[in-house]
Design a protein around this ligand. Structure first.
Ligand code: SAM
Length: 224
C-alpha cells in the first residue's frame, strides 16, 4: 500500500532538513510542491535529481487531490512539501490529508517532522510557551478588531504570522488594543538577517518606523 508523506522543510537555512526528509524525498515517486522552483533549490543542494515534481496548492492551479488519490491508489509513494516549514501550518496540506483519509482509508499518511516558524520563534523568544494560542495569519478586515481585543485580554501567549506589508498596521492595532503587553517580533528566522526584538507595540512601532530597512522579510509576532 502506498504512503503519503507530509514532509517538513527549512524555513530559511537549507541545512535545517532532517536525514529522514532527504531520504524520503529521494525515494518517493512524486513530490508535491507549493512552488516547484522553491523545492528545486532544496533538492539541488542535496543532489536529488530526476524526481517527478507536481504543483499542489489546494487552489485551482496544479494537480488536483483527485489526481493525487489516483497516484496513491496505483501504489505510488507521494511526498508533500510546502515552500517552507511544516505543511498544513498556514500552508497547503490539511485538505489533502483529509481527502486522502476519506478516499483511501488504508493508505498510510506519515509525518516527517521538520521546522516551523511558529516553534522556532517560540524557542528563542523567552516568553511563557507552556501554553499558547496560534492565530495563523490574521484576517485583513472582518474579525480583525475582535481578534486584537482577544489578544489584549488573553492570559496566554498569542502568536501570529505577518507579512512585511502589514507588520506596521498590526503594531498600530496592538498599540491601540494591547498597549502594555510585551510584543516580540522574530524576523527572518534562520537566515542571515535573523532578528528578534521585544518591547511594547509602541516601542516596536517607533523602531520599525525609524529603521524602515528592517520592514522586510518574514515575521512572527508573539504577544505575551
Ligand atoms: N508552514 C510554515 C511554517 O511551518 O512555519 C508557514 C508558512 S506561511 C505561508 C509563511 C509565514 O510564516 C510568513 O509570512 C511568516 O509569518 C512565517 N515565516 C516563515 N518563515 C519564516 C522565517 N524564516 N522567519 C520568520 N517568519 C517566518
Amino acid at each position: 500500500m502506498a504512503i503519503l508523506y507530509i514532509v517538513g522543510t527549512p524555513i530559511g537555512n537549507l541545512e535545517d532538513v532532517t536525514l529522514r526528509a532527504l531520504r524520503i524525498l529521494k525515494e518517493v515517486d512524486v513530490i508535491l510542491c507549493e512552488d516547484t522552483r522553491v523545492t528545486q533549490k532544496l533538492l539541488a543542494k542535496y543532489e536529488i535529481a530526476g524526481k517527478q515534481l507536481a504543483t499542489y496548492n489546494e487552489q485551482d492551479s496544479g494537480v488536483t487531490a483527485g489526481k493525487i488519490i489516483g497516484w496513491l491508489a496505483e501504489g505510488k509513494n507521494v511526498a508533500m512539501v510546502s515552500d517552507a516549514g511544516t505543511p498544513g501550518i498556514s500552508d497547503p496540506g490539511t485538505l489533502l490529508v483529509q481527502k486522502v483519509r476519506e478516499a483511501l482509508p488504508d493508505v498510510k499518511i506519515e509525518s516527517v517532522p521538520g521546522p516551523s516558524a511558529l516553534t522556532t520563534a517560540l524557542s528563542i523568544a523567552g516568553v511563557p510557551a507552556h501554553e499558547f494560542v496560534f492565530l495563523g495569519f490574521l484576517p485583513h478586515k472582518k474579525g480583525r478588531e475582535t481578534l486584537f481585543k482577544e489578544i489584549a485580554e488573553s492570559e496566554r501567549t498569542m502568536i501570529f504570522y505577518e507579512s512585511p506589508h502589514r507588520i506596521l498596521k498590526a503594531l498600530e492595532s496592538l498599540a491601540k488594543f494591547a498597549p502594555t503587553k510585551k510584543v516580540t517580533i522574530a524576523r527572518e528566522l534562520t537566515k542571515i538577517h535573523e532578528q528578534i526584538i521585544s518591547g511594547t507595540a509602541e516601542e516596536l512601532l517607533t523602531y520599525f518606523e525609524t529603521n524602515s530597512d528592517k520592514v522586510r522579510g518574514e515575521f512572527v509576532v508573539i504577544v505575551s
